[in-house]
Design a protein around this ligand. Structure first.
Ligand code: FES
Length: 141
């Protein structure tokens, strides 16, 4: 978490709650889908998904990023859990911002990073389903 995070200063109550009590912050072993993306700011987020009958049963994340990234990872995993796999591809930056009541301008890219990582994890899940042998060669997630 970066030093310049000023909790309570410009974050909504929802964001502060997710920063202080992140949901689903857990590295999953042998997940059905995994993605790791580093944003232009240098922060990285990882997202893991497990799927049964085309529904996301588990969605977890890990990050070395700022407080807003922690909140966005937490929120996007909550938004995705229990949803049909394909429809969760539509969870974008704007959906995360609407969910939490917005972010300061300088942190909007944190929502984009979380949304893009979720999309990539879902794409990985679809790819692994089509060719599950590839999972044997995945080095993490
Ligand atoms: Fe870059 Fe939060 S400051 S992801």
């Amino acid at each position: 978490m970066k030093d310049d995070d000023a909790l309570g200063k410009s974050y909504s109550a929802v964001v502060i709650d997710h920063i202080n009590n992140p949901r689903n912050w857990r590295i999953m072993q042998n997940s059905d889908g995994y993605a790791r993306i580093t944003g232009s700011c240098g922060d990285t987020i990882e997202i893991y998904v497990n799927v049964r009958n085309n529904v996301i049963t588990e969605c977890t994340f890990a990050t070395d990023g700022c407080g807003a990234t922690v909140a966005c990872g937490s929120m996007v995993t909550e938004m995705a859990t229990g949803k049909p796999l394909v429809s969760t591809r539509q969870i974008g930056k704007d959906a995360i911002l609407a969910y939490c009541g917005g972010l300061p301008e300088g942190n909007v890219h944190c929502a984009l990073l979380a949304a893009n990582t979720l999309k990539a994890a879902i794409d990985d899940c679809i790819k692994m389903h089509k060719a599950s042998w590839k999972k044997l060669y995945r080095t993490t997630g």
